[in-house]
Design a protein around this ligand. Sequence first.
Ligand SMILES: Cc1cc2nc3c(=O)[nH]c(=O)nc-3n(C[C@H](O)[C@H](O)[C@H](O)COP(=O)(O)OP(=O)(O)OC[C@H]3O[C@@H](n4cnc5c(N)ncnc54)[C@H](O)[C@@H]3O)c2cc1C
Ligand code: SF4
Length: 541
Amino acid sequence: MERESMELDVVVVGAGVAGLSAAIRLMQMAEEQQREITVCVVEKGAEVGAHILSGAVMQPTAMNELFPDWKERGAPLNTPAGDERFYFMTEQNAVRLPVPPQMQNHGNYIISLGNVCRWLAEQAEAMGVEIYPGFAAAEVLYHEDGSVKGIATGDMGLQKDGTPGPNHEPGMELHAKCTLFAEGARGSLTKGLCDKFDLRAKSEPQTYGIGIKELWEIDPAKHKPGFIMHSTGWPLDSETYGGSFLYHLEDNLVSYGFVIGLDYKNPYLSPYDEMQRFKLHPLVRETFEGGRRISYGARALNEGGFQSIPKLTFPGGALIGCTAGFLNVPKIKGSHTAMKSGMVAAEAIFDMLAEDGNEPVTYREKLEDSWLWDELYRSRNIRPSFQKGFFAGMIYSAIDTYLLRGKAPWTFRHHEDHKQLRKADEVDRIDYPKPDGKITFDKLTSVSFSGTNHEENQPVHLTLKDDSVPVSHNLALYDGPEQRFCPAGVYEFVQDDSGADRLQINAQNCVHCKTCDIKDPGQNIHWVTPEGGGGPAYPNM
Ligand SMILES: Cc1cc2nc3c(=O)[nH]c(=O)nc-3n(C[C@H](O)[C@H](O)[C@H](O)COP(=O)(O)OP(=O)(O)OC[C@H]3O[C@@H](n4cnc5c(N)ncnc54)[C@H](O)[C@@H]3O)c2cc1C
Ligand code: SF4
């Protein structure tokens, strides 16, 4: 069956803050310049916001620039940041530390990023942007000269073996003068673009963390809107980077999450179980007692920062937001930089259209002239300094922040996360407490709180380059770490009738966090988009 096609000026892949801010800025500029422009955004979630998971405390810098009147327009930035705490945790105690300058939140807002995206989508549609939720961009299309022509959305109704089923509908081709990739951390199409255009030739490897989050409705007597707590230390050992966040939003809601650097070394570490057991700490436990968990999910986030930014443009397109890697790690914030990068890319597209070019080449120099570049440059050495362990990282970070002010004449390098695991026989196993069903939960119960759903009769979207590697390599050397690093119980080693081990992939549970694509030690797992609309259905994460 032939695919239908549509011609547009700009196609945006992903309705996160980056993609939506780019689309809005394009329409604003079109109005300023009295020019017609056609812009469309495709989103793999069933609705805008369904796949968005963040902390989140938003620094409103980019929002102020995009919509100086965002308050009057009703943007859901309702809870100003208030009292803040930063703790170093031991198993039973917590030492209160001064809040590092980068983590101070005066003037920021505790938000649901999903709700901010829903609101941005309304603004964009009112300006004439076409938004297509439920459509995954599954393939990059190229012109004969090798430049990007646009994308194709995935077929609907393919069966498990890849053949068309009774309800098969071919995907649609969206052709554009410029395609913006705004897929968030570890974008699946971005990965292919990086290879094709060698975009990472001059940058350090991108590194990542996994963030696992729950939304709770707590006892109103314990709720303090605006309260922010971060911690480091227990339950992680001193060579593992990470910590917790706890934010009190509006309506008695508390956003609790735990982030762990994916360069962790012990294959027995389970990010999910670390996140669960942290809730049992005496300082934290009482927040949840008498409360009700509303939602659960997980998502990878970039930790590479400045030195991992790839080449940003190529003929026919550009990378924006976290798929390019603009997160400020010490701040644990990427929503303001994602928005800003989208806005700047939109301005570069207008330069490109004026020149009748096919690559928004002014994007990078415009970014270099913006506050985003300076912010990422100054924070670039903090995260890699933790490669030498927690205490070395804390000391270096204090010197870098207070004495050097981010202007050290050196830049630390990064290592690739998937190469960091030690062999199972070189490390100690980690025993995690059994879930109590009240404050801590098992993985599958948690997944049911993510609203995740995939059409079962479709090709598995966790593809393996070599089917034998999970048993011959991952199970043999690392005792099957995918069973533990996946926060949704997708990977299970089971025995077949002959007693031989095999990897079972429960793809329908996947919450699209991308951790397996990053941490698989042999880089054998390749995450591709499932049928559009499948995946989590986050309410306000
Ligand atoms: C646990 C956690 C806590 C965080 N805390 C904070 C915080 O407190 N403050 C802060 O500012 N930032 C925080 N961040 C970072 C912030 O969430 C990101 O920087 C921000 O979401 C990046 O926006 P984005 O638009 O680039 O990508 P995303 O928010 O990831 O959005 C990408 C969108 O594109 C869609 N998509 C992806 N691929 C395709 C495809 N092929 N086809 C169609 N659609 C596609 C996705 O479904 C998604 O909707 C946190 C992140 C995590 C994980
Ligand atoms: S299968 Fe991969 S992308 Fe899906 S939830 Fe598990 S680790 Fe995340």
